[in-house]
Design a binder for this molecule. Structure first.
Ligand code: HPA
Length: 245
């Protein structure tokens, strides 16, 4: 089954991907963040792109054209998607450097083009989103993490915030009361758009900081970059085991 990997902050390229082609796909929703690479990774065909469009001039989370990205993947015949998200953690057990596979989402984003349903189909598109991530894909990723010897927390509620700024301490307290374990900026509408297209989707979250106000140290971009170096290697190990299974 054809797999796509969506890279996020820290994962602007996929180390070890032998690129065979690059697809600049036009969609009814405009252009994806960048040309989508097709190549071989761990002996299998995969598609890859960075949702922020590379490091030269990164597209901020609220300006990513999620609809074009997802539509383009479907056009290329992608049948499953594993997305990477750098996140801040509210749950104290989800410390920096850990991988977490969220099982639920609370969407706090606004003003993003969040649906393919523009009303023109003549029917309402009430897609089921009770379980926002594909459970089969999630369990296969967890098994792959085990095979790779990479510790991966198996469930979490991901709160998706608008960004690009980080949260206030009071906002984090509120998100915690709501039941969020993690906070990120790019999980939505990506997951919902994949569901509208019927493409199984799961996310691997890389914890890069404790959410605002939860410890005394200010959130430092340098620390985040350092943490991401190790986490992207772990992400690669999990995906390699996933593809070899
Ligand atoms: N909050 C929201 N998004 C994030 C964070 C955070 O603390 N860290 C990385 N992405």
């Amino acid at each position: 089954m054809s797999l796509a990997l969506i890279g996020g902050t820290g994962l602007n390229s996929l180390d070890g991907l032998e690129v065979l082609a690059s697809h600049a796909v036009e969609t009814p929703y405009g252009q994806p963040s960048m040309a989508i690479e097709e190549g071989v990774y761990a002996g299998k065909k995969v598609f890859f792109f960075h949702r922020h469009g590379g490091n030269a001039q990164p597209i901020p989370p609220h300006r990513v054209n999620y609809r074009a990205n997802l539509w383009a993947l479907r056009e290329l015949g992608v049948e499953r998607i594993i997305a990477a998200n750098a996140v801040g953690a509210i749950d104290p057990l989800m410390t920096s450097g850990k991988l977490v596979l969220p099982h639920q989402i609370i969407d706090y984003t606004w003003g993003r083009e969040h649906s393919f349903d523009d009303g023109s189909s003549g029917k309402l598109l009430h897609v089921d989103f009770t379980h926002p991530y594909d459970e089969v894909l999630r369990s296969e990723i967890l098994r792959a993490a085990e095979t790779a010897g990479v510790s991966c927390i198996d469930s979490a509620v991901l709160g998706v915030v608008q960004g690009p700024r980080l949260e206030t301490a009071a906002e984090v307290a509120r998100f915690s009361r709501d039941g969020c374990d993690l906070l990120g900026m790019t999980g939505m509408p990506e997951a919902a758009l994949a569901r509208e297209l019927g493409v199984p989707y799961a996310a691997i979250c890389m914890v890069v900081n404790a959410a605002a106000g939860l410890n005394d140290a200010p959130i430092s971009i340098d620390d985040i970059r350092q943490t991401l170096l190790t986490e992207t290697a772990l992400f690669g190990a999990v995906v390699t085991a996933f593809l070899k299974a």
